[in-house]
Ligand binder design. Structure first.
Ligand code: PLP
Length: 397
């Protein structure tokens, strides 16, 4: 069999789907450094630094802040396997694909799901959470901060955290798409445990799930054995956390941790506020451009739209799949398809991490504009681009 390393073709691809996002060259270079031993003192220094930087991203003091070996979903499984006991009642907000997955995961581990089912594209209100707690004595609330299937940005995090704690429960959060692209204030919002992924706004390839748990969550898991060997945080802690014996549990994915280390270093070098501001600015420009091209947002309320993920309906008369494939083939731009209820009906356009730049917004709008003009939807192919440029000019003046 003759196989070619096709991934070495210089593709110059632009990733504007729901993840992965464009990876900076510095991160790819970091990944290609020599692999060293997972118990080597030089590697342990890299681990310690990665942990310290992750705490800054999560805006937390939590000692237990580590990357789990696995994609974002492995963080979800870690939290559930360590924190949810059989028959525990867990409130799960289901307003998109990922809320649905959390409910599935909790029930597979024997938890009882108390679901709050909402229309996709909306977010939960503190009132709805309060009501769910008043009806049931629940052990935890699980919600998605940035629902990548709909583009909805959960609001009222601090207030929800207060309600959860008044009810003596744990506040568990999926921060896969939000971390590194918008504020995630673990400690201030009273989140007890959260997980994320590397390939969204951190712009590191997929493969790790940064998680963080506070002391209250750690106490709960110390009281018993996790129902997963691989994701047992009591065992993993003995390898990761300073002050323990650095005991072998499983071999850390060394080169992925180099990549994470570099991705975090770049994020902090830019500065979190500047980074969030960049995501918001590019989002405002893209939104104006898409609306000028005739797209409409699936999330109706402006303040509930994510800056890093734009879920939009196409103008009438277009076949989404074909158009998306043309854009990939002609311009090397990847756009995401609608997921779940929105499959075949919408696009998900990502401006995550390194994919969120003024140039990339301009290129996206020009390419989409070209295609819409070919289909007779608009007369001027540059109308989206021009509208976005005007937004940039206004924000700069
Ligand atoms: C991408 C994503 C996940 C799953 O992450 P994987 O890396 O695909 O396992 C979970 N939750 C949300 C909100 C996501 O966007």
């Amino acid at each position: 069999m003759k196989v070619d390393p096709t991934y070495e073709r210089n593709l110059e691809i632009h990733l504007h789907g729901p993840g992965p996002s464009d990876v900076p060259a510095a991160v790819l270079r970091a990944m290609s450094a020599a692999t060293i031993g997972h118990l080597d003192s030089e590697f342990i220094k890299i681990m310690d630094e990665a942990q310290a930087m992750l705490r800054m991203l999560y805006q937390t003091e939590n000692r237990m802040t580590i990357p789990i070996s696995g994609t974002g979903s492995s963080g979800m499984e870690t939290l559930v396997a360590n924190l949810i006991n059989p028959q525990d009642k867990v409130i799960v907000v289901r307003n998109g694909v990922f809320g649905g997955r959390i409910a599935d995961e909790v029930s597979r581990f024997g938890g009882e799901v108390i679901s709050i089912d909402l229309e996709w594209g909306t977010v939960v209100t503190p009132e709805e959470i309060r009501k769910a707690f008043s009806r049931n004595r629940c052990h935890a609330l699980f919600l998605v901060h940035a629902e990548t299937s709909t583009g909805a940005h959960q609001q009222h995090m601090r207030e929800i955290g207060e309600i959860v704690h008044q009810n003596g429960a744990l506040f568990l959060v999926d921060a896969v798409t939000s971390l590194g692209g918008t504020e995630v204030k673990m400690d201030e919002w009273g989140i007890d445990a959260a997980y994320s992924g590397t390939q969204k706004c951190l712009s590191v390839p997929p493969g790790l799930s940064p998680i963080t748990l506070n002391e209250k969550a750690m106490q709960k898991l110390r009281a018993r054995k996790a129902r997963s060997w691989y994701f047992d945080l009591n065992m993993i802690e003995e390898y990761w956390n300073e002050g323990y014996q650095r005991k072998y549990h499983h071999t850390a994915p060394i080169n992925m941790i180099y990549a994470l280390h570099e991705g975090l270093r770049l994020a902090l070098q830019e500065g979190l506020d500047a980074r969030f501001q960049r995501h918001r600015r590019n989002a405002a420009a893209l939104q104006a451009g898409l609306e000028a091209l005739g797209f409409t947002y699936l999330v109706k309320k402006q303040n509930e739209r994510l800056p890093m993920l734009h879920a939009v309906y196409l103008p009438d008369g277009l076949e989404e799949g074909k158009l998306r494939q043309n854009i990939r083939a002609r311009y090397n731009i990847e756009i995401g398809a609608g997921l779940g209820e929105f499959s075949g009906k919408a696009w998900r356009i990502g401006l995550m991490g390194h994919s969120s730049t003024k140039d990339k917004v301009g290129r996206l709008l020009n390419c989409i504009g070209e295609e819409l003009k070919k289909h007779g939807i608009i007369d001027d192919a540059t109308i989206g681009f021009q509208t976005a440029q005007a937004i940039y000019q206004n924000s700069e003046s």
